[in-house]
Design a protein around this ligand. Structure first.
Ligand SMILES: [Zn+2]
Length: 290
């Protein structure tokens, strides 16, 4: 009896659900129209991982834009850096001789692992004086993300070490001495102390100083919103304001700042977005829109 009762209830439930679904579909807003004739034939939904770069090549490109910011194409393509902590979806737009086209890209689930590290306690519970120092350094660094100077780099970027080992830890969610901290926004390259660190492209030294977390650090502005960072150096061979050539020595690998051992932490911000350096070093692939 009980079984019979359930089996008759199920079709009723299915009918109720299908009506609810039909109502929901009727109430849902229509899909957003593409921004122009060329975008009308948008293909299947695209997804990209946070910290990746989307590349959209095409003939006669004039400009590229995303989230209210516009820039010039590079090597016949629009490049869209997606920040490590971006979520939701983003609309990518490009203008060409043929008109305006747009694509919506869904940001995939955060794919990076969690990493537990043990460091000196002062890097987890800094003193009041250290907190004030950290705030000043954060403020100085934060100003760099909005620099807008002409592009001086080509892709792929030059390797920051003559012999570049596999990168590790990009994106890892990190727990220091049991305390969660922001995700790892660069790539770590194992190298012996004293190994030369080189400029990934021509640029200007916009910061070169010893910082609390980054240790001895060099920040280069390569134009088009691209900033490269080399952290934990033993020595710094350049000064703020210097113009450097691609491949020029910036300093040497060390173990200064919040580290567990000597290595180069190499990171990139492109138009404010923290992206996987491997992609712009030509060792990882961008997400392609076809
Ligand atoms: Zn690192």
């Amino acid at each position: 009896m009980e079984l019979f009762g359930r089996s008759t209830a199920l079709p009723k439930l299915a009918a109720v659900l299908s009506v609810a679904l039909a109502v929901a579909l009727a109430l849902a807003p229509p899909p957003a129209p593409a921004a122009g004739a060329a975008g009308a034939a948008a293909g299947a939904a695209l997804a990209a991982t946070p910290g990746s770069v989307v590349r959209w090549a095409g003939p006669g490109l004039v400009s590229c834009s995303m989230a209210g910011r516009e820039w010039a194409p590079l090597d016949g393509a629009c490049w869209y850096p997606l920040d490590l902590e971006r979520t939701g979806s983003v609309e990518l737009v490009r203008r060409s001789a043929g008109g305006v086209a747009s694509r919506r890209v869904a940001i995939a689930a955060y794919p990076w692992p969690t990493q537990r590290l043990e460091v000196e306690e002062r890097y987890v519970a800094p003193s009041a004086a250290e907190l004030a120092r950290i705030a000043r350094e954060k403020e100085r660094v934060g100003r760099l993300w909005s620099l807008a100077t002409p592009r001086r780099f080509t892709l792929p970027l030059a390797a920051p070490l003559d012999s570049l080992p596999p990168a590790s830890r990009f994106g890892a969610r990190r727990i220091f001495n049991g305390e969660p901290r922001s995700p790892h926004s660069g790539a770590d390259f194992a190298a012996a102390p004293g190994t030369l660190v080189r400029a990934a492209a021509a640029g200007r030294v916009v910061l070169a100083e010893e910082q609390f977390f980054a240790g001895r650090a060099v920040f280069l502005d390569h134009g088009d919103g691209l900033i490269s960072m080399s952290f934990h150096l033993d020595t710094i061979a350049v000064a703020e304001g210097d113009e450097v050539a691609r491949g020029q020595t910036l300093g040497t690998v060390g173990a200064t700042g919040r580290v567990t051992g000597p290595h180069l932490h190499f990171a990139l911000r492109w138009r404010g977005a923290r992206v996987d350096p491997e992609i712009l070093l030509g060792r990882g692939a961008p997400v392609e829109i076809r």
